[in-house]
Write a protein that binds this ligand. Structure first.
Ligand code: 5AD
Ligand code: SF4
Length: 454
């Protein structure tokens, strides 16, 4: 009989990828995914520790899971609860102490051991698995799965050695590691065979990729992308997240020369002030970042950019914040993520002199207003023009599907219900700060539904 698995995912795309892979590891044991915790035999909270209140959120959710577990116990049914991801890595044993009804805890590098952990949990051993193993989990994961006509994630690099002073990632995900190109290529082929037509290459420092290449040399991300572009049926390649220090010339060239590589780059800068960037240990200046943006626009004129920003980093003055606003005005982002600095236990910046909360709030509001106006302007610039959209999911309205543009915009397409999983040409008719609306260039086109991503 099949068992029910519910995974709740918090945080970044790497966590979303890990959740999918946990599902793949558990499928041979008879676990099938369900949409919610009710009736699930196993609930996994795949947690994120990057910003504030991460632990509280997890304990809050665990409180709700406990109620469900007790309800099920009264019916004589079993329900197992696991805490995974970066909060698990950071909190470890503490989770079992504070929430003794949790059955197991494991970090982001150990989920290939799930079958073993489940056995121990069934024997009431409450396993806590936090090692960074010498042998990578990737070597133990089963074949990739993909939904036809979908965009798939593929982890190529993990971990980080950069130690930005605000960030927990080097502690929760461990040292930087790049997967061998042959493994990545094999998995990409599996994904495409199963119907994926877009692949997002994932890594905390993806552009620092330096995996063993097919020729025995170490390959850069650009070399890997060129090899991936040879796979028939793979229409779109993306990568995230990149660090300005690792933005190499060959990657910029690849954007100009590889048509499958999308003209969009998520390149976090965090701050526009050199003083703050130094305190953050970013090891680049605002001017160096702008040179990269301009060179990329030189390689490909339609490149669009997004970024991450932190306001209220310890010691940030009004003048430092103005430098961030000036950088944003200079770059002109298609989209961006901005956050108030949140002290993370164990990181150097948590020990520095903090900026008052009210100041952070005011700065965040100002920055977000500017970023939203830029996103709106970028989206509006598309009204009346045509673009390729990969139709992925149902929209709010009858007959409408939602897909992604080359620039990661969500595009709501009228009268497209027959074309799920296909790449279509869309004329943009409307825009807001968060999405576009449009119509098929050839209305009524039914496509060859046997062939996805046409
Ligand atoms: N406080 C606020 N934002 C943070 N980020 C990472 N750590 C922190 C922190 N302590 C943001 C950065 C990073 C993104 C993933 O999360 O902008 O690029
Ligand atoms: Fe964190 Fe900096 Fe590494 Fe990015 S580069 S994961 S922000 S330490």
């Amino acid at each position: 009989m099949s068992k029910k698995l519910y995974i709740k995912t918090y945080g970044c795309q790497m966590n979303a990828y890990d959740s999918t892979r946990m599902g793949d590891v558990l499928a041979p044991l008879g676990y099938a995914p369900v949409e919610g915790p009710l009736e699930a035999d196993l609930v996994i909270l795949n947690t994120c520790h990057i910003r504030e209140k991460a632990e509280e959120k997890v304990y809050g959710e665990l409180g709700r899971m406990r109620v469900e577990k007790e309800r099920r116990a009264k019916l004589g049914q079993k329900m197992m609860i696991a805490v995974a991801g970066c909060v698990a890595q950071a909190e470890g044993e503490e989770i079992i102490k504070r929430a003794p009804f949790v059955d197991m805890v494991f970090g982001p590098q150990s989920y290939h051991k799930l079958p073993e952990l489940l056995e121990k949990a069934a024997a009431r051993e409450k396993p806590v698995e936090l090692e960074f193993p010498q042998v990578q989990k990737f070597d133990f994961l089963p074949e990739e799965t993909a939904t036809p006509g979908s965009a798939a994630f593929l982890a190529v690099q993990e971990g980080c050695d950069k130690f930005c002073t605000f960030c927990v990632v080097p502690y929760t995900r461990g040292a930087e590691y790049s997967r061998a190109a042959a493994d990545v290529l094999r998995e990409a082929r599996q994904l495409v065979d199963k119907g994926a037509c877009e692949i997002m290459l994932l890594g905390q420092n993806v552009n620092a990729y330096h995996g063993a290449g097919a020729d025995g040399e170490s390959w850069s991300l650009a070399q890997l992308i060129r090899a991936l572009a040879e796979i028939p049926g793979l229409k779109r390649i993306r990568y995230t997240t990149s660090h300005p220090r690792d933005m190499r010339e060959d990657l910029m060239e690849a954007h100009a020369q590889v048509p499958q590589l999308m003209p969009y780059l998520h390149l976090p800068v965090q701050s526009g002030s050199d003083r703050v960037l130094k305190a953050m240990n970013r090891k680049h200046t605002a001017a160096e970042y702008i040179v990269i943006i301009e060179s990329m626009r030189g390689s490909r004129a339609d490149m669009a950019f997004s970024g991450d920003f932190i306001v209220g980093f310890p010691g940030e003055t009004e003048a430092d914040f103005e430098d961030t606003m000036a950088l944003v005005r200079h770059v002109g982002y298609a989209g961006a993520y901005s956050f108030k600095y949140s002290p993370r236990p164990g990181t150097p910046a948590a020990e520095m002199e903090q900026v008052p909360e009210a100041v952070k709030d005011a700065r965040l509001q100002r920055l977000q207003a500017l970023l939203v106006s830029q996103a709106k302007a970028f989206n509006e610039s598309w009204v009346g023009r045509e673009m390729e959209v990969l139709l992925e999911r149902d929209g709010k309205y009858e007959g409408q599907l939602v897909g992604r543009s080359p620039y990661m915009q969500a595009v709501h397409v009228r009268d497209s219900a027959q074309l799920r999983g296909q790449m279509v040409r869309v004329k943009i008719t409307g825009a807001s700060a968060s999405s576009l609306t449009g119509e098929l260039v050839i209305p009524g086109l039914s496509g060859d539904l046997e062939r996805e991503c046409a």
